[in-house]
Design a protein. Structure first.
Length: 109
């Protein structure tokens, strides 16, 4: 026989009692290191243009070397021994992933 606490909040649509979607995503990352729910930045994406932040969708057609502002989750970080201190970072938002080159001189600032 399955027991249920009488004073417990009823499960929400997502199945976790009393939780918000953003909290559930945080719990996913804390426990698993990933989530199968919406992208963590999907809800904040609409406010980015007002502060000058570009999405991957906007960045993908720009020429290389242009100075831009972007926001995302770091999904990969590489610092090859042969790169003389240069780091390559994959930055992912809900529209895709962009590779960012962080030159040693910038990192040392």
């Amino acid at each position: 026989m399955r027991r249920r606490r009488v004073d417990a909040a009823p499960p929400t649509e997502s199945g976790m009692a009393g939780s918000m979607p953003r909290e559930e995503i945080v719990w996913d990352y804390a426990s698993l290191g990933l989530t199968l729910r919406r992208h963590p930045l999907a809800r904040s994406g609409p406010c980015w243009p007002s502060v000058g932040v570009m999405s991957y969708e906007e960045l993908k057609d720009l020429p290389d070397g242009r100075l831009v502002t972007a926001c995302g989750i770091v999904t990969l970080r590489q610092q090859p021994d042969t790169a003389n201190g240069t780091i390559v970072v994959s930055l992912e938002d809900e529209t895709g992933a962009v590779q960012v080159i962080v030159w040693k001189s910038l990192r040392d600032e």
